[in-house]
Write a protein that binds this ligand. Structure first.
Ligand SMILES: [Zn+2]
Length: 501
């Protein structure tokens, strides 16, 4: 059995879940669901990043202690992911004791390696990023990510000697050409490393909301340096060495492009220093832009997933996000695009196929689904759809995977239109065509289940099959001929009622 470990970034509790964080989380969920169909041992991790100045300040402004604030917001993320049918195997919070143990262990390993020193730091600091910048990186004196003013900070800090890792990082990327995708981001990271690396501040004394430095409790470490370690904590680092080595380093870190410097420069260097192999796969996606701009609180274009679920249902939102945007480049989010995609693919294609099959089986086959033909013309279409779907999931391309699966739906609708079973007399001819269509629906329910799990379970149930598509194993369950026939077929309400444009 192969192991498949996927992580999202852990989301900062000063923020609320929005469609940007939902996007990363959905991609991870769908890819993991595909790997469960393959029979892999899957571990899907998400969680919340709960320390830092921003959380401490926001809590103070609300008259709360930071832990209460973190409890509340972390619960909002959990609820949002439950609502979107995210099947994560663990939800890590950086305030958990297991994380403190892992941080202490890793910090100690890095210090024992001689890569942590005490010093004084002064420089422009963005509170929203929780990171220092150089003057050269600022845009008109503002944070390059948030385009907001930075603060000048000066304090005694512990430093991680990142500068020592310039050549080791370059050597590592040279030896692992597939570790960072897409290629454009890999080039960007390598050129950043080539310009030379500065040591990074990893602790503060002016802040209490962080993880204490094990050898000097006046200091806490916080946010990036500590948060990145969650990926190790969750698989047993510091607690269960045997478990840890089963899952690491064959991880797939998913993230938006704004945090690659942390994940592709700091993180592998930290791991090398602690004597741990860097992550095997980092997969970077673009931003979901709204009206051409990155979503942000300050621009008031932040969209809550719950609002879209109210309009399109959970599967409507899941499908749109996975199907309409290629993983990698920036995508554009628009309500009009969502309506168009929903109507075309879900209402008119999948929903219509299920509805016409159930109607004709009801009127011409006595409501009992016939078995498919072994030599159906749809058999090769289904085989091709499986191959293309599997290949696309394997390369983290949900949009291509769904396009391939939907080809089988479109071909099956076309097959019905050519044969017009609704006009024919009941008998073996109609039975053959309807058996083929039911078998195509069965295969579609398996192949589409990573994206639209609830709808696929409902298709499965209505065509009379026991269990659920998520319990199936591919490629066997995608092989033509699995629908046994002689099952009751139910005509229910439209699976995806059409939306008015
Ligand atoms: Zn910033």
């Amino acid at each position: 059995m192969s192991r498949f470990y996927v992580t999202t970034p852990i989301y900062y509790v000063n923020d609320a879940p929005h469609i940007g964080t939902a996007y990363t989380t959905l991609i991870g969920d769908a890819v993991c669901r595909w790997h469960r169909l393959l029979g892999d041992d899957v571990f899907y991790l998400t969680g919340t990043d709960e320390h830092g100045l921003k959380v401490q300040q926001s809590a103070e402004a609300l008259g709360l202690d930071p832990r209460t604030m973190a409890d509340r917001t972390s619960e909002r993320f959990k609820q949002a992911w439950r609502q979107l049918d995210i099947a994560n195997d663990d939800f890590i919070r950086t305030t958990e004791p297991r994380h403190y143990r892992a941080v202490a262990k890793m910090l100690t390993a890095i210090r024992d390696h001689g890569d942590i020193e005490l010093g004084t730091y002064e420089g422009p600091y963005c509170i929203a990023c929780e990171a220092y910048y150089t003057e050269a990186e600022l845009i008109d004196g503002n944070c390059p990510i948030h385009l907001r003013p930075v603060e000048q900070l000066k304090e005694e800090n512990y430093f991680f000697l990142l500068s020592r890792y310039q050549q080791p990082l370059l050597d590592w990327y040279e030896a692992h050409p597939d570790a960072l995708q897409p290629e454009g981001k890999r080039r960007e990271v390598i050129s950043f490393i080539r310009q030379g690396l500065r040591d990074i501040s990893i602790s503060r004394t002016s802040l209490t909301w962080g993880v204490p430095i094990p050898w000097d409790e006046r200091h806490v470490t916080y946010v990036w340096f500590e948060a990145l370690m969650n990926y190790l904590t969750a698989i047993g680092y510091g607690d269960d060495h045997d478990r840890f080595v089963q899952w690491w380093p064959a991880v797939h870190h998913l993230m938006g492009k704004e945090i690659i410097r942390f994940h592709c420069v700091w993180w592998p260097a930290m791991l090398m220093s602690a004597g741990i192999e860097p992550p095997a796969h980092v997969l970077v996606h673009g931003w979901l832009l709204v009206g051409g701009e990155k979503m942000s609180k300050t621009r008031a274009n932040q969209i809550a997933p719950a609002d879209l679920v109210a309009d399109f249902g959970v599967d409507g939102l899941r499908y749109y996000m996975l199907r309409d945007n290629a993983f990698g480049p920036d995508g554009d989010f628009s309500y009009e695009g969502m309506v168009a995609r929903y109507n075309a693919d879900l209402a008119n294609n999948l929903g219509n196929l299920l509805s016409r099959v159930a109607t004709v089986v009801g009127s011409k086959c006595g409501g009992v689904g016939p078995a498919p033909q072994h030599d159906s013309p749809l058999a090769t279409v289904a085989a091709d759809a499986y191959d293309a779907t599997a290949a696309a999931w394997a390369r983290f391309a949900p949009n291509d995977a769904l396009d391939a699966t939907w080809r089988l739906i479109r071909e099956t609708n076309a097959y019905l239109e050519t044969n017009e079973p609704w006009k024919a007399e009941p008998g073996p001819g109609v039975d053959a065509v309807m058996g083929d269509a039911l078998e195509a629906l069965r295969i579609v329910a398996v192949l589409a289940s990573p994206a639209v799990p609830a709808a696929c379970s409902e298709v499965w149930r209505r065509i009379g099959l026991p269990g659920s598509p998520a319990d199936q194993r591919v490629p066997e369950a995608a092989t033509w001929g699995g629908y046994p026939g002689d099952l009751p077929v139910e005509k229910g309400a439209p699976l995806f009622p059409r939306k008015a444009g």
